[in-house]
Design a protein around this ligand. Structure first.
Ligand SMILES: Nc1nc2c(ncn2[C@@H]2O[C@H](COP(=O)(O)OP(=O)(O)O)[C@@H](O)[C@H]2O)c(=O)[nH]1
Ligand SMILES: [Mg+2]
Length: 334
């Protein structure tokens, strides 16, 4: 059994290496195409796979397996609530079915994760195909998480699909924020709706939506200023922005997207709760998964908060935006 699992694991690693090389070749030759969902969780995977290997290298299942699994999940930032529930559930199944075979246990564990994460993306793309209404994406989140760059990536993605997109400079606090969006607009050929620095963001957004309706845009991507979730006045401003967007509800489909930085790990749960209290979040985009081994936080967010992960960002390049899929996510980790 030891050699059987070892073989499987080695085979996986070799395949992954081969895959990465092939993927790299594709990236170099087809620079402008989007990545498919692949092995983007290298750091998280390295952490999890290596340790899981040791756990399931045992000949027989004993109680240490639960303890060790728990340790790994916590290290990968799955969080105590989700981890405890997951381990408990796994343990009950193993004991009920009297499983002694480690390979079987491994599969059961993986299947448990699939089931846990079944709650996934609402069918977003279906919405996007509703041509009668304008799709409005309101991007919110704290400073520096990647709101503006992600918004540009997503707008680029849909522009390539033939949609007529408009960017809105709703971050009127910083001159650099308006300029940043205008620069992106010039670079990728997006129209950018903006007003002067210091203008009330709600008024910019109200006028931009009127403009989008008149000019028959398909999609509007609204950038907002970064704000700490515990700053009450800033959260009130966000509420006002949301009310303004909702004035157009007859003509638009609104998606309120919270952008989270994967590097902050468990803090993102708290952050999400605060934002979700102020607004009703439709989706989450998690950025910077290329730079962290805390990818397990995605499991906690989906399980604890039941808010779907829409896309993940895995780098600074325009095509480093990948549609999230929980099954592929689990498969890429184990
Ligand atoms: N490595 C990495 N950097 C990212 C990712 N997403 C955004 N960034 C970088 O994070 C920084 C802040 O991004 P920005 O969009 O300006 O954040 P905002 O303040 O929320 O609008 C920029 O340097 C981005 O290039 C990502 O997925 N991976
Ligand atoms: Mg910004």
């Amino acid at each position: 059994m030891y050699y059987y699992i070892k073989n499987i694991m080695t085979k996986n690693i070799n395949n992954d290496e081969k895959f990465n090389n092939e993927n790299l070749k594709k990236t170099i030759t087809k620079k402008k195409s989007f990545f498919s969902f692949t092995n983007f969780f290298k750091k998280t995977k390295n952490l999890i796979l290596h340790k899981i290997k040791n756990i399931f290298f045992k000949k027989k299942i004993d109680s240490s397996i639960y303890h060790n699994l728990k340790e790994i999940l916590l290290l990968a930032d799955v969080g105590i609530i989700t981890t405890n529930y997951l381990i408990q559930n796994f343990k009950i199944t193993i004991q009920k079915k009297n499983i002694t075979d480690v390979a079987e246990a491994y599969n059961i564990f993986k299947k448990k994760l699939y089931t846990f994460l079944k709650f996934e993306t609402q069918n977003f793309i279906q919405n996007v195909n509703d041509f009668k209404k304008i799709h409005v994406f309101l991007f919110v989140g704290v400073n520096g998480v990647g709101k503006t760059s992600t918004l540009v990536k997503l707008a680029y993605f849909y522009q390539k699909k033939g949609k007529k997109v408009l960017l809105v400079a709703g971050d009127t606090f910083r001159a650099a924020a308006i300029e940043q969006l205008k620069d992106w607009g010039k670079f990728y050929n997006f129209p950018v709706f903006s007003k002067n620095l210091g203008t009330d963001p709600s008024s910019v957004i109200f006028d931009s939506l009127k403009f989008a309706l008149i000019k028959k845009f398909d999609m509007v991507f609204i950038d907002t200023a970064g704000r700490l979730h515990n700053k009450i006045n800033l959260m009130h401003e966000l509420k006002k922005i949301d009310r303004v967007v909702k004035k157009y509800k007859k003509y638009i489909i609104q998606e309120t997207i919270l952008v989270l930085d994967a590097c902050i790990g468990q803090n993102s749960i708290q952050q999400t709760r605060f934002f979700n209290k102020t607004l009703t979040l439709s989706n989450i985009i998690m950025t910077k998964l290329d730079g962290t081994a805390k990818g397990g936080i995605l499991i906690a967010i989906i399980y604890e908060l039941k808010i779907p992960i829409y896309y993940i960002c895995v780098g600074e390049k325009i095509h480093n935006l990948v549609e999230f899929n929980s099954k592929k996510f689990i498969d890429s980790l184990f």
